[in-house]
Design a protein around this ligand. Sequence first.
Ligand SMILES: Cc1cc2nc3c(=O)[nH]c(=O)nc-3n(C[C@H](O)[C@H](O)[C@H](O)COP(=O)(O)O)c2cc1C
Length: 208
Amino acid sequence: MISFHKKSKPKVNFGNLFSYLNHVRRRFMNATECIKGRRSIRTFTDEPVSHELLEEIVEVARFAPSWKNTQISRYVAVEGALKQEVADKCFEAWKGNADMVAAAPMVIALTYVKNRSGFERDGSFSTSKEDRWQNFDTGIAAEAFCLAAYERGLGTVILGIFDENKAAEVLNIPDDRGVAAFIVIGHPAVNPEAPKRKEVSELLTFLS
Ligand SMILES: Cc1cc2nc3c(=O)[nH]c(=O)nc-3n(C[C@H](O)[C@H](O)[C@H](O)COP(=O)(O)O)c2cc1C
């Protein structure tokens, strides 16, 4: 972060200093700051995502709640040539996502174990929502993952526009798993403003 010239004159790299101070600030933020401060990041530096850091993030995300604690979410971290194949084959519906995945250092396929969340032991649905609790659980897990990443200085964006069958094929996902979403992850190269949010009065209704 701070290097010294031959004459011992300190030379501060303000980019690194800023990112270090940002990192320290995030480690001391509270839950509200973390939830409100996280943004979808779509542009990343070339810095790779450390596997140890990713393990730390999943260590936190695994505490997300799930249907009867079934913990169906599984994270498949994709890099290198396979990531390029994902970019080339899984986002035909929207090239913006393909470009993002191609340029990012890593993409996570958020997968899930099928037929557990929202299901009874005999295989029947527990509620009228049928198998949709699977998506509910992976959605919660995705938010926990993104918040844990944000706390550690990483940026993420959840991608919902992708070809589920192509993704399963390219990543060789077994039949008893589904692909819920992709999450692009990396070191942010941008610091976007929060898109406008609806007011509480529009979101909240009290009944008695
Ligand atoms: C289920 C879901 C699917 C999404 N799919 C995409 C996507 O395919 N591509 C993309 O660029 N952003 C996608 N996003 C990111 C949203 O556009 C973003 O969360 C929203 O605009 C709010 O911005 P913020 O995350 O910075 O608060 C998705 C987000 C969610 C929760």
